[in-house]
Design a protein around this ligand. Structure first.
Ligand code: ZN
Length: 272
């Protein structure tokens, strides 16, 4: 006997040699929950068929689900229910739970994957949550709300044209990048993005008089952050070879803000 349980997010599918089942799980179910549920459904189906004295092999491509079921302690009701179902089944049968590599041509696994893909078209029409809401779902929902609110306030804020051009919305990748830098480097990057940087135009605006506010590099425009960063026409000869990027948008993707800015200022020798 061979069974296979496979899931994709928000739905699950379980396949038996003569039976298969898949169902949507709603918006809040996690992938892990779908994986465990698929195993429980397989074991439950064997119980329903009143199997006795047979070897029940349940194949899953989820290492996380198998490890959770084999752990010395269980703190998830779903995992506990699945564990109990396997225990009931093992009272009269030999039960083995085996891991198989996903998408590797295992027949039941491939069928379960195909069913899971088709299941994405099925509407979930029961009240949510269907199988309990994991902490990760709460965290993801809260994080999404925070990101949306912050983005909305940021985009509706007046002014800050350069900062908005450089940082359109909260970006964990940029945060990580900044946290890995020295204080001096962070100050330099944040200064350029917010225009609080010792360039002639900005210094003049806060009362630090300069003989001229013209750019020390080209002498053709005011020396301010947006000119240094984005006026490629005037500075292209010196900047292109530093950035090796054909367009401003490619040179300064929001996912990689600090590195090109640091490379730029270092290459231009602006704050040496
Ligand atoms: Zn210039």
């Amino acid at each position: 006997m061979s069974k296979n349980g496979v899931k994709t997010q928000k739905k699950f599918s379980a396949v038996h040699s003569s039976w298969s089942h898949s169902a949507p799980l709603g918006e809040y179910a996690s992938v892990f929950q779908a994986e465990v549920l698929a195993i429980r459904v397989c074991a439950g189906e064997s119980l329903r068929r009143e199997h006795r004295g047979v070897h029940v092999r349940i194949l899953s491509d989820s290492q996380a689900a198998i490890k959770a079921l084999a752990a010395s302690s269980i703190n998830s009701k779903l995992v506990w229910d699945c564990f109990q179902t396997l225990c009931f089944l093992s009272q009269h049968n030999r039960v083995s739970l085996e891991w198989v590599v996903g998408h590797s041509g295992v027949m039941g696994n491939e069928k379960a994957d195909a069913m899971a893909r088709r299941g994405s078209l099925t509407l979930f029409i029961r009240p949510e949550p269907d199988i309990g809401t994991p902490k990760s779902s709460f965290r993801a929902t809260i994080n999404r709300w925070v990101t949306d609110e912050t983005t909305s306030r940021w985009s509706s804020l007046r002014g800050h044209a350069l900062s908005k051009r450089m940082v359109a919305k909260p970006n964990p990748s940029t945060t990580e990048e900044l946290l890995s830098l020295s204080r001096k480097e962070v100050r330099l990057v944040v200064g350029l993005v917010t225009c609080f940087t010792p360039l002639r135009f900005h210094l003049n605006r806060i009362g630090v008089n300069q003989n001229t506010t013209l750019c020390r590099l080209c002498g053709e425009a005011e020396e301010k952050a947006c000119h240094i960063i984005f006026d490629f026409e005037m500075l292209s000869n010196r900047k292109f070879h530093l950035l090796m990027s054909p367009t401003p948008m490619e040179a300064f993707p929001s996912t990689n803000l600090a590195t090109p800015l640091l490379g730029l200022t270092k290459g231009l020798g602006l704050f040496d």
